[in-house]
Design a protein around this ligand. Structure first.
Ligand SMILES: *Cc1c(COP(=O)(O)O)cnc(C)c1O
Length: 360
């Protein structure tokens, strides 16, 4: 068996220990004689899996009791519609557009009401986070929406926007569990799990209880109503059971590691290795305003498209996979999520140094 260093933005690297443990349990989960994939979601064994997963996530994120945790299908993108359908009582929402994912969420919400783009960083190809200390928040806004870590562009909010008392909704897909957050500052925190936590197709929604109501937009499907899933503890229909199981293992892995404070320390040290090199390199440069740099997604360029392509090809041959930048921006991007070992980043930097020497 040989594993590569996988810098994919998502689906992305998972802890080897988690994959190994899932492999060990593949044919016979804890003496049940079956795989988690094969068991009823109403069984005792699965009940324990989902309840433990929720309890561990609550502990890791210090989730207050007045928030529900929902394990849902449809990935992060399903939430682009589910949020306005459930929250737009006044049919008004404010969006801060800092990248493609925020833009998609903004466009989707526009189908359901009056949606205001109250700030954007599109003027500089989303390479920074706008000042959000005093934005023109709408009087009757049902919520203010952000994408907290911009997977494609590599920016991250270091401070949450001042929403002037309005409910904050955040997509944290690509920074989920990378560092502690104060859940009480949000109305909804949600993320697709395939960036930092588990297999694709699943989204975790952490939602304040007062936002879970029957008063949703007319025509909202049962499956897209938060109350359906909150009332049924994510078991209204068959949930993404195997995904929940893997997420649960990643929560256990994080707890064993020392929790989110420790994860943050590791992530900061890991990202610093790459950013420090980018800052001193004469060939490669980071594309993002320094103060807004993401700990998870690190885009960089040489300034020469052919050289970028040569780098990506040579890196791949050397065992560094998925370093090509998003198709909308080009260049390179190293996604260094929780499960990317520090040695992987060190090895990448050594490889970049060698490439720099050979190509300058
Ligand atoms: C990947 C990603 C999405 C889309 O996730 P899907 O599960 O594919 O819908 C949305 N938002 C952010 C920030 C992402 O990184």
């Amino acid at each position: 068996m040989s594993r590569v260093y996988n810098f994919s933005a998502g689906p992305a690297v998972l802890p080897e220990e988690v994959l190994q443990s899932a492999a060990d349990e593949m044919l016979d989960y804890k003496g049940t004689g079956m795989s988690v994939m094969e068991m009823s979601h109403r069984s005792k064994a699965f009940e324990e899996i989902i309840e433990t997963a929720e309890a561990d996530l609550r502990e890791l994120m210090n989730i207050p009791d007045n928030y529900k945790v929902l394990f849902l299908q449809g990935g992060a993108s399903q939430q682009f519609a589910m949020i306005p359908m459930n929250l737009m009582k006044n049919k008004v929402a404010d969006y801060i557009v800092t990248g493609q994912w925020a833009k998609k969420a903004y466009q989707e919400a526009s189908k359901y009401g009056k949606v205001n783009k109250i700030a954007s960083s599109e003027d500089q190809t989303f390479s920074y986070i706008p000042d959000c200390s005093d934005l023109p928040i709408s009087e009757d806004a049902d919520y203010v929406y952000i994408c907290e870590n911009n997977t494609i562009y590599g920016t991250k909010y270091k401070e949450l926007p001042n929403t002037k008392g309005k409910t904050l909704v955040a997509d944290v897909s690509s920074c989920f569990l990378s560092e502690p957050i104060d859940v009480s500052k949000y109305g909804i925190v949600y993320g697709g799990v395939q960036k930092n936590i588990g297999p694709a197709g699943m989204v975790i929604v952490i939602i304040r209880e007062d936002l879970i109501t029957e008063d949703v937009l007319p025509g909202t499907p049962t499956m897209l109503t938060y109350k359906t899933h909150a009332d049924a503890k994510s078991l209204y229909n068959t949930p993404p059971a195997y995904g929940i199981y893997i997420c649960g293992k990643v929560f256990q892995w994080l707890k064993k590691l020392g929790g989110l404070e420790k994860m943050k320390e590791i992530n900061e040290a890991k990202a610093k290795i790459l950013y420090d090199y980018l800052d001193e390199s004469k060939l490669f440069k980071g594309t993002v305003v320094k103060k807004d740099r993401s700990l998870m997604n690190v885009p960089f360029v040489t300034g020469d498209k052919d050289l970028d392509a040569k780098f990506v090809a040579e890196a791949k041959a050397a065992g560094f996979e998925n370093l090509k930048g998003h198709r909308s921006v080009g260049g390179m991007r190293a996604s260094i999520y929780n499960a990317m070992p520090t040695e992987g980043v060190k090895a990448l930097v050594e490889f970049m140094k060698k490439f720099e020497e050979e190509n300058m």
